[in-house]
Design a protein around this ligand. Structure first.
Ligand SMILES: Nc1nc2c(ncn2[C@@H]2O[C@H](COP(=O)(O)OP(=O)(O)O)[C@@H](O)[C@H]2O)c(=O)[nH]1
Ligand SMILES: [Mg+2]
Length: 271
């Protein structure tokens, strides 16, 4: 694969349905091509209607959701679950297929519904086959859900659960940041860094009711000085994409030649 013949780092893009996972993969492919970083895109969502990137591997070539529905007499939800397991059962074949390709980074689009990826045993198997030690999660916060303190905290908890469940390093991004006005964006980013402000907002939102669970979680996080550290991202505006690569690079190194390229590019964006 890469120069030393091993598989490149793998970034799994995870988030609730509609959070912008597939769009991020599309944007990363377009943008990294421009930087001449060799990116391998993989679609692991058998339920995707269509994808706008060129996948090196597309699970839909292996499994058709409509065939699974017919063959096993299942509705769309049951078929999605079974399809995820059928994919994982063929994980070695998938890895073999990918093994022949050269690339500096692999970006994996995961099923629309986050629980299909996070809670099926099949996913851990898939991650192990692709290489647990060089995998990480890009977790996308939905911008609309992030506007309310309770929606924001719910996503913080969900992201922590995904990180815990899959046992991989995880970085949180605020997806579709272009849809938020400046004040909203600033407020959400402040919540992500100053949990005491988030705690107050949560308390105010609920009028002091039923927030004990979330507040206790937040206090625990404050005590251990963990904050979600959200980075704004817009696939539409190609913003924050460099932070995705920087995250991978900080964890796994590599992409040395392109580094100057995209660092210069970020400068360019700011000017
Ligand atoms: N404005 C805006 N819309 C976006 C962005 N990223 C995704 N979307 C839209 O959000 C919707 C869901 O995106 P998709 O990538 O399919 O989400 P997925 O279910 O997580 O794969 C689509 O209508 C996208 O066009 C973005 O950065 N900005
Ligand atoms: Mg998708």
């Amino acid at each position: 694969m890469s120069q030393d013949g091993t598989m490149p780092p793998v970034l799994f893009v995870v988030g609730t349905a509609g959070a912008g996972k597939s769009s991020l993969v599309t944007a990363m492919q377009r943008w990294t091509r421009f930087l001449e970083v060799e990116t391998l895109c993989v679609n692991l969502d058998p339920g995707a209607e269509r994808v706008h990137y060129d996948p090196e591997f597309d699970v839909r070539d292996m499994i058709s959701l409509s065939e699974v529905m017919t063959e096993y007499d299942l509705g769309p939800n049951g078929a999605q679950i079974l399809a995820a397991d059928l994919v994982a059962a063929q994980a070695h074949d998938i890895a073999e297929e990918l093994d022949g390709l050269s690339g500096e980074i692999m970006i994996v689009d995961t099923p629309g519904q986050v629980e299909l990826f996070a809670f099926r045993e099949a996913s851990s198997h898939m991650i192990n086959v692709l290489g647990h030690e060089r995998s990480a999660i890009i977790y996308l916060f939905d911008p609309m859900l992030s506007r309310s303190p309770s929606g924001f905290v719910s996503q913080m908890l969900l992201s922590s659960i995904v990180e815990f469940r899959l046992g991989l390093p995880c970085k949180n991004f605020l997806s579709k940041a272009d849809l938020l006005d400046e004040d909203e964006l600033e407020k959400i980013l402040e919540w992500s860094e100053r949990l005491e402000i988030l705690e107050y907002a949560l308390f105010e939102e609920a009028g002091g009711q039923r927030t004990e669970f979330a507040i206790n979680q937040l206090r625990l996080m404050q005590q251990f000085a963990v904050s979600p550290g959200l980075t704004p991202l817009s696939s539409e505006m190609e913003e924050g994409l460099a932070d995705v690569l920087t995250f991978a690079q900080a964890l796994f190194g590599g992409m040395a030649d392109s580094r100057d390229g995209f660092a210069a590019d970020i400068e360019g964006e700011k000017n």
